[in-house]
Design a protein. Structure first.
Length: 289
């Protein structure tokens, strides 16, 4: 029997669609020590919905955010700044406006790189990175990812007229998302269609975000967990070994049975990785044993 991730509508108790500082759309859920969840290129904050209730139940406030040019956030507008500087400033302002100081920051893909850079800037109490960008083995890794996104977004544009029908079926979801997730059939129809349309909306931002390859070197000043997807087809798993070499102070693990965007593949696993990371940070034991 196929398993479908629980994408129940997640209603924020505060600011269902708040736009602050640089006008990033976000949602706040629950109460407790804050955890900020940052998605990757071409995705949107609703991708975290399967794990939000699990983190809230563990006693945390959970904040999901749309990147500039994604979801319901305004257009990407770096005004001549490089990607790293612009996104760092965007999240600095967001945290100030939300009134949170050094939250636990969780990021997937580009979101992971944003989390890492935030830690270097003193804006994270801990970081949990799910297949983060920035650990290219060589330039070919970056060119592969850029080419993959360009190809899939072009294909999405061609399929747009029939997308509502495609997303009703497992084969249609596989056509659209098997490069991102291991189990595309677990994505509910409405979320699949929303993700598909968001990818098209995000095209201008994606183009700007791929202007250059950004490497992350460290060392990190805060406890960190780097969790790589076993079946990652975007940031290939050997990049996890590059991350281990560059960040020996972090805790490194493999997420079994999931793809690059793991939240719908196995919400319980992803939530456990995050909560264990936060617990290690609270004990001051962010590094691997």
């Amino acid at each position: 029997m196929s398993r479908v991730a629980s994408f129940e509508p997640v209603i924020a108790d505060r600011f269902l669609l708040a736009k602050v500082g640089p006008m990033l759309a976000h949602e706040r859920h629950g109460a407790g020590s804050p955890i900020v969840l940052i998605h990757g290129i071409g995705h949107r904050r609703q991708g975290w919905d399967p794990i939000v209730p699990l983190l809230v139940a563990a006693g945390h406030e959970v904040i999901t955010v749309d990147l500039p040019g994604h979801g319901e956030s305004p257009a990407y507008d770096a005004q001549g700044k490089d990607v790293k500087t612009y996104l760092a400033e965007v999240f600095d302002e967001l945290y100030d406006d939300l009134g949170i100081d050094r939250p636990h920051v969780v990021g997937n893909s580009l979101g992971g790189l944003i989390a890492l850079q935030g830690a270097m800037n003193g804006n994270a109490g801990s970081v949990t990175c799910l297949s983060p960008a920035g650990f290219w083995k060589n330039d070919l890794d970056f060119l592969y990812v850029r080419g993959l996104f360009r190809t899939m977004i072009t294909a999405a544009g061609l399929l747009a007229p029939v997308a509502p029908r495609l997303m009703k079926h497992t084969f249609g979801k596989a056509l659209g998302f098997s490069w991102l997730v291991q189990h595309p059939g677990r994505i509910p129809e409405d979320h699949a269609l929303g993700d598909f349309r968001n990818m098209l909306k995000a095209r201008p931002a994606v183009k700007q975000l791929f202007q250059g390859a950004y490497r992350f070197e460290g060392p990190l000043p805060v406890p960190a967990t780097i969790a790589w997807a076993e079946h990652d087809k975007v940031l290939l798993p050997y990049q996890g070994r590059v991350a281990e070499q560059r960040l020996p102070e972090a805790f490194h693990t493999i997420m079994k049975g999931v793809g690059h965007v793991p939240m719908s593949d196995n919400p319980e696993l992803v939530a456990r990785v995050i909560l264990e990371s936060v617990a290690r940070a609270a004990k001051g034991t962010g590094a691997a044993a």
